[in-house]
Design a protein around this ligand. Structure first.
Ligand code: NAG
Ligand code: NAG
Length: 725
């Protein structure tokens, strides 16, 4: 065995020298590689890129000419044979010349010619076809195959083959084939013809020594890293490194996934394709874009969404705006946005309102059509649950120069994103092996994936091929399926961070100020809207908190919207307690120091309030009352108090049943009310100049006996919690 391998490589070196001399003498014996492609699809460009990476020169037959080979999703492709036959004519009697034929839309080269030739020669064939597990297109022919031992790939696949020119020419001319006949069937008949097979020493590459078909084998194949830091395909079952890979049949999506790494696409963990064919900086703002906004479902934090659209850095005089709002509830916000937009220099603005009653799919197709009518260069789709924090997102996406590319956005702190790594057979979500590494930014790149949604940039040249419509499937899934069927690659970039996705699942527009209820589903956005920017500086070691009275600390915490929301929620509910000692909301039914108030649990805010205490109040407490830890903080009494001259204007001196109490001012002294404040009797110290959104924090018992001072005019609202009773 050893000797024969040795002999083989000596023989190979000899051939190599020969061919080297021949090329010097002008008799060109460079590789002859043929493919057939009518269009420069994304798959074709990937194929050519892989050929260039391995310095292989490919002759493409039928390029930019009409395809005559029938529908390749079924049978067909005789056209390929007829084109190839003509192309091979000049070499028909060449017994030494090696020729390779491959498909191209779903093929990637994985090795240089020398290595291809070496693998070919190991197989001791004159013509070698790739092999697969399925006998296609005629399953009946299974029984006609010569027997082969072991658990190997038994049947011929004609997407990849190689051999000597004269032998291949013989095969091609062994029978007549119509353009629309099936090419694989043709080659299968050739192989099953004992005479032709033996004469031309035709073999199948049963163990993927040279050729890898992926269909039915995806699980046996993985991407591995070689000594040079470049990724290679490994067939784990046969322990081979195939030199050409073919995503035949339904394995195209698996090939797309592998293709993200192969043929020098990824070297030393770095995405190399990401830097190829980029649009130079100076040209990036020269394109006209239709920016299409879709509000298709009730969406929390929509104001912030629109704010971000208005602040994108892309020149507004290059943007046509398009808005579809399907949700009546959001009409006011959309109108406000449109008013702001009309003051900017947008090229045009088109809005479709909820009352127009247009479906999502139709609206999306209207945006496509408008982009075409306006002759824009790109369509940029952005749904209402996408917040783009990176204001240069458009410019960055343009740079990638992809037909379709989405900026990766994920739900904050989660793995839910706007792309799928894989699709199930039925067309639904499936997780790819690299999904987690991509959403967690462990690897960065621009990834070819089978599904994107929510936000993406599309070159207008393919807009007339888009469709959002398919029965019983939502618009996003219809689009992705359509693109997959047309061989248009969808890319998602995580090269940079662009923004995040909101979770609209539990958003309840029947509530007053529904965003206030979003602390669990959308904490990131909740905090941005409701917690003051200077909150975090309070936590810094060097910040000395205000202390208006002994052990009474004073912190900025809630934003204006926080305080307004709280008041609105309580007033909309409206069932203020009557201020008597009888209180059925309490366990004993008795309140010693009653106020006019509404408890958080009466408006469904109890859990949210406890979360707020834990997230934002506890850290402040730990800073000022050193050594006291209680996580999570407990609190049974969380309520908003209303003081009015004609209702309850003050509260008599009392202790609180708490370890510590917080007291957040919800409105403005001197504007919304007069008088009021809090007096700590033991210290004869009052806090009168309370500030909206600021929180007092003080011990509840013993030392901090206190009273609510009289409100003389207007209404004063405060928010109280008795923490750790
Ligand atoms: C952008 O992509 C197109 C199509 O793939 C290509 O023809 C063009 O040369 C690319 N632009 C640059 C600057 O590389
Ligand atoms: C309490 O403080 C007020 C205002 O500073 C002052 O007028 C009053 O005399 C003080 N009372 C006592 C008992 O110290």
């Amino acid at each position: 065995m050893k000797t024969s391998v040795g002999n083989c490589s000596i023989w190979y070196s000899f051939i190599f020298l020969l061919s080297h001399c021949d090329s010097i003498s002008g008799n060109d014996e460079s590789p002859l590689i043929f493919t057939v492609a009518s269009e420069r699809t994304d798959g074709y460009l990937r194929y050519i890129r892989s050929a260039e990476h391995y310095k292989l020169s490919v002759t493409t037959l039928g390029l930019d000419k009409p395809w005559k080979g029938g529908d390749m999703n079924f049978q067909g492709g005789g056209y390929k044979i007829n084109l190839f036959k003509d192309a091979l004519e000049p070499y028909k009697s060449d017994d030494n010349r090696l020729v390779m034929f491959t498909d191209s839309y779903d093929v990637i080269f994985l090795a240089q010619w020398e290595s291809i030739v070496e693998k070919f020669k190991e197989m001791k064939a004159k013509v070698l076809f790739s092999a697969e597990n399925f006998c296609w297109p005629d399953d009946e022919l299974k029984t006609k195959y010569p027997p082969v031992e072991g658990d190997v790939q038994k049947y011929l696949n004609s997407g990849l083959f190689m051999g000597y020119a004269s032998n291949i020419y013989n095969i091609l001319n062994s029978r007549v084939i119509k353009d629309t006949d099936d090419d694989q069937l043709f080659y299968t008949h050739v192989y099953l013809d004992d005479k032709l097979r033996e004469q031309n020493k035709i073999k199948l590459d049963h163990k993927s020594n040279l050729f890898q078909n992926l269909n039915g084998n995806v699980g046996d194949v993985s991407v591995s890293i070689d000594g040079e830091g470049e990724t290679k395909l490994l067939n784990k079952k046969f322990v081979t490194h195939p030199a050409v890979v073919h995503g035949n049949g339904p394995s195209k999506l698996a090939l797309n996934n592998f293709g993200n790494y192969l043929a020098g696409a990824f070297v030393d963990g770095e995405c190399m394709t990401c830097q190829e064919h980029n649009i130079p900086v100076e040209d990036r703002e020269s394109f006209t874009i239709l920016v299409a906004l879709f509000v298709e479902f009730p969406t929390p934090f929509l104001e912030e969404y629109f704010d971000k659209i208005l602040t994108l850095t892309y020149p507004k005089n290059k943007i046509h705006l398009f808005v579809h709002n399907k949700i009546e509830y959001h009409s006011n916000l959309v109108d406000t946005f449109l008013n702001h937009a009309s003051e900017e220099k947008y090229l045009s603005i088109k809005a479709i309102n909820a009352k127009d009653g247009i479906s999502e799919a139709t609206a999306r197709e209207l945006a496509v059509n408008r982009c075409l009518t306006k002759k824009c260069d790109y369509l940029f789709v952005i749904d209402s649950d996408v917040h783009l924090e990176n204001l240069d997102t458009l410019n960055e996406l343009i740079a990638f120069n992809k037909t379709i590319v989405a900026p990766m956005v994920t739900r904050v702190g989660g793995v839910w994103s706007n792309f799928w790594g894989a699709v199930s057979e039925k067309g639904f979500y499936a997780r790819s092996s690299d999904y987690m590494t991509i959403v967690n930014y462990e690897v960065r790149g621009i990834w070819n994936v089978p599904f994107i949604s929510s936000c993406y940039l599309i070159k207008s040249k393919i807009l007339n091929k888009l469709s959002y419509t398919k029965a019983e499937v939502d618009a996003d899934m219809a689009l992705a399926e359509h693109l997959r069927n047309h061989g248009i690659f969808m890319f998602v970039s995580n090269l940079n961070e662009y923004g995040h996705l909101l979770n609209p699942d539990n958003y309840d527009i029947k509530k007053t100020r529904p965003e206030f209820y979003e602390i669990f589903a959308n904490q990131f956005d909740w905090e941005k809207r409701f917690i003051r920017e200077d909150y975090y500086t309070q936590l810094l070691e060097e910040t000395v908190p205000k202390q208006p009275c002994p052990d009474v600390y004073w912190f900025p915490i809630g934003t204006e919207i926080f305080t307004e929301s709280m008041i609105d929620i309580m007033e909309a509910f409206g069932k203020w307690s009557d201020g008597s000692n009888s209180d059925q909301r309490l366990q004993g039914g008795y309140e010693a120091v009653p106020t006019r108030d509404i408890h958080m649990n009466q408006v469904g805010l109890e859990a949210i309030w406890l979360k707020f205490l834990q997230l934002y109040v506890k850290p402040l407490q730990e800073k000022v009352f050193i050594g006291y830890f209680h996580d999570p903080p407990r609190s049974l009494m969380n309520f908003v108090v209303r003081y009015r001259p004609d209702e309850q204007p003050f509260l008599r001196p009392h202790h609180d049943s708490s370890t510590y109490t917080i007291n957040i001012a919800l409105n403005r002294r001197g504007i919304d009310y007069e008088g009021g404040g809090c007096r700590f009797i033991r210290y004869n110290c009052s806090v009168l100049d309370t500030e909206r959104g600021w929180m007092l924090m003080h011990p509840g018992r013993l030392t901090h006996f206190h009273e609510g001072l009289t409100v003389t005019k207007g209404t004063r609202y405060i928010m109280i919690s008795f923490v750790d009773p």
